[in-house]
Design a protein around this ligand. Sequence first.
Ligand SMILES: Nc1ncnc2c1ncn2[C@@H]1O[C@H](COP(=O)(O)OP(=O)(O)OP(=O)(O)O)[C@@H](O)[C@H]1O
Ligand SMILES: [Mg+2]
Length: 260
Amino acid sequence: MVTTETANPAAKMRTRDVSIYYGSKLAIDSVSIDIQTDFVTAFIGPSGCGKSTFLRSLNRMNDTIPSARVEGTIELDGEDIYASGMDVVQLRARVGMVFQKPNPFPKTIFENIAYGPRIHGLAEGKAELDAIVEKSLRRAGLWEEVKDRLDDSGTALSGGQQQRLCIARAIAVDPEVILMDEPCSALDPIATAKIEELIHELRGRYAIVIVTHSMQQAARVSQRTAFFHLGKMVEYGDTSQIFTTPREERTKDYITGRYG
Ligand SMILES: Nc1ncnc2c1ncn2[C@@H]1O[C@H](COP(=O)(O)OP(=O)(O)OP(=O)(O)O)[C@@H](O)[C@H]1O
Ligand SMILES: [Mg+2]
């Protein structure tokens, strides 16, 4: 019988045998993973196992670290992002990033969002730029809170608002993938809940990858989970399977709190 479930949609991002070194130190060891737009993918694992290192390789953020070297292939829609002709500025618009500590520009709320679309030439004139700013802030669940204070500094917002501003800033340039490295670790539970709700709403529109130390969070927001340990991706699968019936002993030890 034919099922409708067969088609594994083409991966948005695909890595093959990716190893990452800092100088001679191996931080990521031969990781191959497919990341799909339909799912939120969580990266979990103990501190120092290489989650951030691997995440940063997906939009070439590691390029800014002189000792870092990436081997293997990483593709976005089948295109090698480390190919010599790749425009890295364009790549980082297509694969946006949200960091642990909210990092709005020291500019107005409006400018935080408008900056990217302007340099990427996404708006023809003021009205269109205004529309992008509003749409991005709405999509990030921040519009109602800031619409009357767009000229205030982005840094004057609360931590949770700043993080949503950073998500709006990533959204404004029409990304295909959003990478989040522990986006809630500096936030209180209410702000965290808002970000998690936002991730739910953004799911399907963008491929989302989130690094988290909170297993509850991974279980709440993701449909796929990859468990990393000592630079290796030990196990990758349905989030529910990883948390209920992990195949690997090391995964089981981690999710039952034996280490990490
Ligand atoms: N800029 C760097 N230079 C040298 N080594 C680094 C650098 N960044 C990370 N490392 C090393 O690479 C390894 C992986 O670090 P990474 O930050 O990717 O781990 P992580 O899983 O994100 O940890 P955490 O959960 O604590 O954020 C660690 O041994 C770390 O010390
Ligand atoms: Mg990290």
